[in-house]
Design a binder for this molecule. Structure first.
Ligand code: ADP
Length: 247
């Protein structure tokens, strides 16, 4: 685990939504370099909208969004922040091997017409190995299981060595073997100091690496603190809900 330091993500009164309509409102959040933040909350509460806001993928309606020390719009090198989208698999994608798909994660860093050089090929190999897919590198992605395909997407996000990695439900709906590999990948990234923001329902898979929990409910941040503090918050919420039911 890493102590919070320079904020790499900074939101002030930030609101995000779609087509001009707010979904998440008035969020204040600082995430330090190397922090591992789990974003929790009920379905439809706005978790995805919030993390997409950090990447410019949901509409930024008001407030400030700073990524790696500058307003998001001024972030020139987008490979510094990686993203693994929710429940996205590669089924039906054009026929491509695992290596080819992972290499697309480097396309922003070289002219599209130049093939990968030796250093880049080595980075692709490494990312595939980290994702536990070394024995699948030459397989077509559409021959892989859903869990393996999600690992391909994670390798693609890792290959440019982003300083911040945002993952939306990386362990949802994947087989047990893939869950274990993913937990290992997250541990390794956390140890290496990558800032991780992970939307998840399966906090157990992240046990031991999460520094901080952010809870989103009906478009608002309802908790921001340590995992220990979150346990107290949940117990208190349950107690209040019980009292409301009795009265
Ligand atoms: P969560 O990740 O917590 O399940 P989401 O951020 O996906 O929540 O969704 C929050 C709300 O935003 C939902 O009401 C959802 O219908 C709406 N929403 C999500 N994506 C879009 C979109 N692309 N366009 C319009 N509304 C959306």
């Amino acid at each position: 685990m890493n102590a919070p330091s320079t904020p790499v993500l900074r939101l002030r009164s930030a609101s995000f939504g779609y087509d001009g309509k707010p979904v998440v409102t008035d969020v204040d959040l600082d995430v330090g370099r190397g922090e591992v933040v789990a974003v929790l909350g009920p379905n439809g509460s706005g978790k995805t909208t919030l993390v997409k806001g950090l990447l410019g993928l949901s509409e930024h309606l008001s407030g400030q969004v700073e990524v790696l020390g500058a307003p998001l719009s001024r972030l020139r090198d987008r490979t510094r922040i990686g993203y693994v989208p929710q429940r996205h698999t590669l089924v039906g994608a054009v026929s491509a091997t695992v290596s080819e798909v992972v290499d697309t994660g480097l396309l922003a860093t070289r002219p599209w017409w130049r093939p990968a050089d030796r250093t880049e090929r080595e980075r692709v190999r490494e990312a595939i190995e980290v994702a536990g897919l070394a024995d699948r590198a030459t397989f077509d992605v559409d021959t892989l299981s859903g869990g393996q395909q999600r690992r391909v997407l994670i390798a693609r996000a890792l290959v440019s060595r982003p300083e911040v990695l945002v993952m939306d439900e990386p362990t949802a709906g994947v087989d047990r073997a893939s869950q274990d590999v993913l937990a290992g990948v997250l541990h390794r990234l956390a140890d290496e100091g990558t800032t991780l923001v992970v939307v998840t329902h399966e906090l157990a898979a992240l046990r031991g690496i999460v520094d901080r929990i952010v809870e989103v409910d009906t478009g608002h941040l309802t908790f921001d603190g340590t995992p220990e503090g979150y346990a107290v918050h949940r117990a208190e919420s349950a107690r209040l809900a019980g009292r409301t039911r009795l009265s």
